[in-house]
Design a protein around this ligand. Structure first.
Ligand code: GLY
Length: 358
């Protein structure tokens, strides 16, 4: 216990993470890493699993050799997108209610104040790269559906079936066990948001419902970039777009401040412009950790007036231009984690649960 407290104090004193947040050492493929403060260059992802760790290593290869944050973020995001075992992002993502995988992604470059995004993109494994091209090679910000697919094909992306056997079986099981609490319904049913979230508890084997990943990086020049990529809400209505491709909702990057990204129930994140809100909070002097927590509290504050028992499942991550970190979830029994790679190596940063026990 004593050790725990002194570790927390160390982290808070060195990286200003904010109350309750800490860096965890990790043993495994990358070896035991130190608890040293992180600074730039650095790269983080909300994915704290093995794939997230591999993604960080790939992004770090670019950053450590003086590469730019945009390229590092793209490389790392692609590794998570092509993992067939991950049912929340890219290839292998869970499909919509018709059994079709529709992907959303956004990219933002804090140096040039440019952004690109794709929504409802089918048959392309790496939507982050398509979003990056929208950002760099068009004067638009968001392409959707067939337009996004045509754009990707024009740039030489191969069309591929994204529905893995694993995802197809999960989708079929969902269809077989269809309940009255799906996304179709009378107004009184759709008001019952607590019941709607609890619907997922009927499927304990299905891990990701709004699963998404954020990748944020600062390069050695201090330039910041970010990407958010997802297969979106599993079994969503055909055409549903979440927060991930909406600049200001699922992602925002500002070289003068930092970067922020969201995962979780996109509907709340869109309505609250959560990533932009986190950037604004950091601009006002809040740490990344405080900014993540502030944004989650802001969402609950809004719902207090209409549905006081509703605590949607969001997780927010943020970095500032000094390389300080933040990560927080709305609810849960365990503190959320994110992967971090910096000059001291790989570590998992442990954030906070803002409304534990909900
Ligand atoms: N946050 C991902 C989604 O709601 O689609």
């Amino acid at each position: 216990m004593k050790k725990e407290i002194s570790r927390r104090n160390f982290v808070n004193a060195t990286i200003g993470a904010g109350a309750g947040a800490m860096i965890l050492p990790v043993t495994g493929g990358f070896g035991l890493q130190s608890l040293s403060p992180v600074n730039r260059p650095l790269i983080i992802t909300s994915h704290a699993n093995e794939t997230g760790q591999k993604a960080m290593a790939a992004g770090w290869e670019i950053l450590k050799n003086g590469g730019n944050a945009v390229d590092a973020v793209e490389k790392a995001a692609n590794i998570i997108e092509v993992d067939p075992e991950d049912t929340s992002v890219g290839y292998g993502g869970l499909p919509n209610e018709d059994g079709v995988v529709q992907l959303d992604a956004s990219f933002m470059d804090g140096k040039t104040y440019s952004a690109g995004a794709v929504a409802c993109l089918e048959n392309i494994k790496t939507p982050a790269s398509v979003a990056k091209l929208v950002m760099q090679r068009t004067d638009h910000v968001l392409l959707v559906g067939k337009g996004a697919l045509d754009f990707a094909k024009a740039w030489g992306f191969p069309e591929e079936n994204l529905l893995t056997e694993k995802a197809r079986k999960i989708w079929l099981r969902w269809k077989e066990e269809m309940s009255p609490t799906d996304d179709w319904g009378a107004p009184e049913h759709l008001q019952n948001l607590v019941k709607k979230e609890s619907y997922w508890r009927d499927f304990p084997g299905i891990e990701h419902h709004y699963g998404t990943t954020n990748v944020l990086a600062i390069d050695s020049n201090g330039d910041i970039a970010g990407c958010t990529t997802t297969s979106g809400l599993s079994f969503k209505l055909n055409g549903r777009v979440g927060d991930s491709p909406i600049i200001g909702a699922g992602l925002y990057v500002d070289n003068e401040v930092g970067a922020a990204g969201a995962t979780g129930r996109g509907e709340d994140v869109i309505k609250s412009c959560a990533s932009y809100y986190m950037i604004m909070r950091m601009k006002e002097g809040r740490t990344p950790q405080q900014a993540c927590e502030d944004a989650l509290k802001m969402i609950i504050d809004r719902y207090k007036k209409v549905n006081p028992d509703f605590y949607p499942s969001e997780k927010f991550v943020a970095i500032n231009k000094n390389g300080e970190l933040g990560c927080a979830t709305m609810t849960g029994n365990r503190n959320p984690q994110m992967s971090v790679m910096a000059s001291k190596g790989y570590s998992r940063f442990e954030g906070t649960v803002v409304f534990p026990g909900r």
